[in-house]
Design a protein around this ligand. Structure first.
Ligand code: ATP
Ligand code: MG
Length: 228
């Protein structure tokens, strides 16, 4: 199976997340995309994050009608900070039992991905699984290439990225760390300028959030008086 992993805070999940996951699943012919709400995202330590139970419920409601979307509770159940390396290892162990051959692609927005070297065991992670980096129109592969190489050079002597122009999944080149079998695939998805931060702000001030997120999620927010 080809499996996409979509991590996030999902506070709340919205059409930006859902649309980019769907478009990627199509391009990469994925059998499944697993949405994984983080228990405590390491980069959001100081911010107030809604209870994991509510974020999980909203993610469930939002993904229900899509046959290839599923939700995993591994980060919420693990407790504590949610590190991608632990999640990828756990998923691989649980899915790759027996003779099953599964390929995992971690999906992340380009802005979050640029901070990859602040993530736990980032180099090991990059050498351990493929990444799909969602970008906006106008993005240039050279920009990401330069950002990654500059960030790597500050921390590691022998981590260097290369561009591979032969990409089986599209016209855009892919990147890899020299010596690694895994790739970073930048993919342009339809830009929906929606953010959870903006939705929370809108709910708080009584503004409409219709058409920014699934109706059931909106109802769940209202019913549980979230973000008020
Ligand atoms: P917040 O405003 O609270 O930071 P968010 O809208 O950025 O929330 P997250 O849960 O932080 O949502 O994001 C999870 C993942 O989805 C990240 O990889 C992020 O880059 C990506 N993402 C967020 N918003 C969009 C969007 N509008 N379109 C495509 N991808 C998105
Ligand atoms: Mg964000």
């Amino acid at each position: 199976m080809r499996i996409g992993i979509m991590g996030g805070t999902f506070d709340p999940i919205h059409y930006g997340h859902l649309n980019s996951a769907e478009e990627i699943a199509e391009v990469f012919k994925m059998d499944r995309v697993i949405f994984i709400p983080a228990f405590i995202p390491p980069h959001k330590k100081k911010e107030k994050v809604t209870d994991g139970y509510h974020r999980l419920m909203m993610t469930m409601l939002a993904t229900l009608s899509n046959p290839r979307f599923t939700v995993s509770t591994i980060e919420i159940e693990r407790d504590g900070y949610s590190y991608t390396i632990d999640t990828v290892n756990e998923l691989r162990n649980s899915f790759n039992k027996g003779s099953a051959k599964n390929k995992f692609y971690f999906i992340v927005g380009v802005d979050a991905f640029k901070e990859i070297f602040t993530w736990k065991d980032s180099v090991r992670l990059l050498k351990n699984c493929d990444f799909i980096v969602t970008t906006r129109p106008g993005y240039k592969v050279d920009d990401l290439f330069n950002v990654l190489n500059d960030a790597a050079a500050k921390k590691y002597r022998n981590v260097k990225f290369k561009i591979d122009r032969k990409n089986p999944f599209g016209k855009s080149p892919r990147l890899y760390i020299i010596g690694s079998k895994h790739f970073i695939y930048p993919v342009e998805t339809t830009a929906l300028d929606i953010s959870s931060t903006d939705i929370r702000r809108r709910v708080k001030s009584g503004m409409t959030v219709k058409y920014l997120l699934p109706e059931f999620v909106e109802e769940y927010i209202n019913k549980n008086r979230l973000y008020k």
